[in-house]
Ligand binder design. Structure first.
Ligand code: NAD
Length: 264
């Protein structure tokens, strides 16, 4: 199947480098004809994102730090001016102080709790509200979450709480915007080696556990997530909204370690 995204224009937020989940999604979308705009957090990352954007035929790059709402507004204004509309957005943004992505959840500080919530959760709502104003013909919005939202994962701590709130936001936003033909979904990805992923203590152990114990006996790649994102952002999923779609080699359905892993 080719040209699934022909004529569609979308905003990708969260590419840091070529290991980013948002980059896997960008490649899948561009291969099907989507036109993409990118945001980057700060000039150092901008230097990395620029050549990647060029690889998928985009020269539309804008700085954005979601802690500064004025920078989000500037992005939306620039898109309005250049494109006049938006068909989809990808929110692949998460942050928490890595000193609190280890040890006890109970030790989370008030400052880091608030900051984690604003960047990793509320920014999606703020961006969705603004992007919806450019989606007069309907649209699709996607964010990224992790299974630490519904089950306890070692060291994931406050990020798990923020992802739980993010998933609830997906459902509320889907209800808000459904009547306007705008769909809102999330992908819950299995662990992947990325810049953000490396901030979580014992990330290697989590990758190895998933590889040994998930039904598919492997970890997922950014291209696996990209293909599923293509489905959720294209008309193929036109009847789907408010969903948390797992792309985790099936790990979320298991209730105990795989027997073959226990025996080795
Ligand atoms: P990544 O480090 O490549 O991407 C994280 C992005 O968040 C970066 O581009 C960074 O610039 C951006 N960001 C952080 N704070 C920001 C701010 N204040 N303003 C604007 N941008 C900001 O890592 P990734 O793993 O590709 O993460 C993308 C999303 O996927 C995150 O929401 C993450 O929680 C989620 N996720 C990751 C995994 C994993 O194992 N890597 C699994 C499930 C979900």
């Amino acid at each position: 199947m080719t040209g699934l995204m022909n004529g569609k224009r979308g905003l990708i937020m969260g590419v840091a480098n070529n290991h980013s989940i948002a980059w896997g999604i960008s490649k899948a979308l561009a291969a099907q004809g989507a036109e993409l705009a990118f945001t980057y957090q700060g000039e150092a990352l901008g230097k990395r994102v620029k050549p990647l954007a060029a690889e998928v035929g985009s020269d539309f790059l804008l700085p954005c730090d979601v802690e500064d709402i004025a920078s989000v507004d500037t992005v939306i204004s620039a898109i309005k001016e250049r494109w006049g509309k938006l068909d989809f957005i990808v929110h692949a943004i998460g942050f928490s102080d890595k000193n609190e992505l280890k040890g006890l959840y109970a030790d989370t500080s008030r400052d880091n709790f608030s900051r984690t919530m604003v960047i990793s959760c509320f920014s999606f709502t703020e961006i969705a509200k603004r992007a919806a104003e450019l989606m007069n013909d309907g649209g699709s919005m996607l964010t990224l979450t992790y299974g630490g939202s519904v089950r306890v994962m070692p060291n994931y701590n406050v990020m798990g709480v923020a992802k739980a709130a993010l998933e609830a936001s997906v459902r509320y936003l889907a209800a808000d915007y459904g009547v306007r033909g705008i769909r809102v979904n999330a992908i819950s990805a299995g662990p992947i080696r990325t810049l953000a992923g490396a901030g979580i203590s014992d990330a290697r152990a989590m990758l190895s556990w998933q590889q040994k114990n998930s039904p598919l006996r492997r970890t997922v790649t950014i291209d696996d997530v990209g293909s599923s994102a293509l489905y959720l952002l294209s008309d193929l999923s036109r009847g789907v909204t408010g969903e948390i779609h797992y792309v985790d080699s099936g790990y979320n359905i298991t209730s105990m370690p795989a027997l073959d892993a226990l025996r080795t």
